[in-house]
Design a protein around this ligand. Structure first.
Ligand SMILES: Nc1nc2c(ncn2[C@@H]2O[C@H](COP(=O)(O)OP(=O)(O)O)[C@@H](O)[C@H]2O)c(=O)[nH]1
Ligand SMILES: [Mg+2]
Length: 243
């Protein structure tokens, strides 16, 4: 039997560290540029079909201070971008053609093509939602320039997901528990879900939502606008949102 190639393994680790390091450096730069333009950037993560696009529509209609726009990340198609544009939301598409997550170079290129002054008008700040590729694993590993990570999960996924996919839950700044309108028909164990989640992430707000009833999106939109204020005022200078 062949011996394992330990040198080759060590090289692979170094390459991954370099790739992630370069990604994080560019992501931090994208985040700085966006904040300077008074654009609060939200990396929306979650498995396929949990309701990421529906949640964006629910949140956007409840924003009171920030003008919204969206970058959609999908392996293929621009269906969600079309849906958002039909609802009057400025939206742009990134297709990864195979990759299971967005990364900072892809987002940096897309952001460079957007004139945020036209999104927010003459005054005020705006929020750029980036709907990541539907996947509960890889998007959590790659920063893309966001100021906040928003994780959408749903009662239809089952209550064991924080235990099986810890990184996304650990890194989230805001967690939406979606499709609660379906709870009476399911065996979702919310206490078990919350125990697993809180062991990983004691502080992030968790908001019960339903895109069918509208529950929760006002509270979540307000939480995002507070986070945006902290980003815009973080350095103790800069104009007020909505000024
Ligand atoms: N019952 C119910 N269905 C939902 C809810 N949110 C989304 N859906 C449905 O779930 C499916 C996937 O939603 P979508 O927003 O496209 O999910 P995405 O793939 O994560 O962007 C669609 O059929 C939606 O109508 C919800 O809160 N309750
Ligand atoms: Mg979607």
């Amino acid at each position: 039997m062949q011996e394992p190639q330990t040198n080759g393994g060590a090289r692979t680790v170094r390459v991954m560290e370099d790739v992630l390091g370069e990604n994080d450096r560019l992501a931090a730069e994208v985040g700085r540029v966006l904040a300077h333009k008074r654009v609060f950037c939200v990396n929306e993560m979650g498995g396929p079909g949990v309701g990421k696009t529906s949640a964006l529509l629910g949140l956007i209609s409840r924003l009171t201070q920030l003008s919204p726009c969206v970058i959609e990340g999908d392996i293929e198609s621009d269906l969600d971008t079309q849906t958002l544009r039909e609802r009057g939301v400025p939206a742009w598409q990134i297709n990864t053609f195979g990759a299971c997550h967005l990364d900072a170079p892809l987002v940096a290129e897309a952001v460079a093509g957007i004139d945020f002054a036209t999104v927010r008008g003459e005054a005020g700040g705006c929020v750029l939602f980036i709907e990541n590729v539907g996947n509960l694993v890889c998007p959590a590993e790659f920063s893309i320039g966001e100021h906040a990570k928003m994780l959408v999960c749903s009662v239809t996924e089952g209550s064991d997901k924080p235990y099986k996919y810890p990184l996304a839950f650990e890194k989230a700044d805001l967690i939406l528990l979606n499709k609660v309108d379906l709870e009476p028909h399911l065996d979702f164990d919310e206490a078990f879900f919350m125990r697993g989640l809180r062991a990983l992430n004691p502080d992030a707000p968790v908001v019960r939502c339903s895109s069918k009833t509208g529950e929760g999106f006002g509270e979540a939109a307000a939480a995002l606008e507070r986070m945006a204020s902290a980003v815009f005022f973080g350095a103790g200078s800069g104009p007020q949102i909505g000024e």
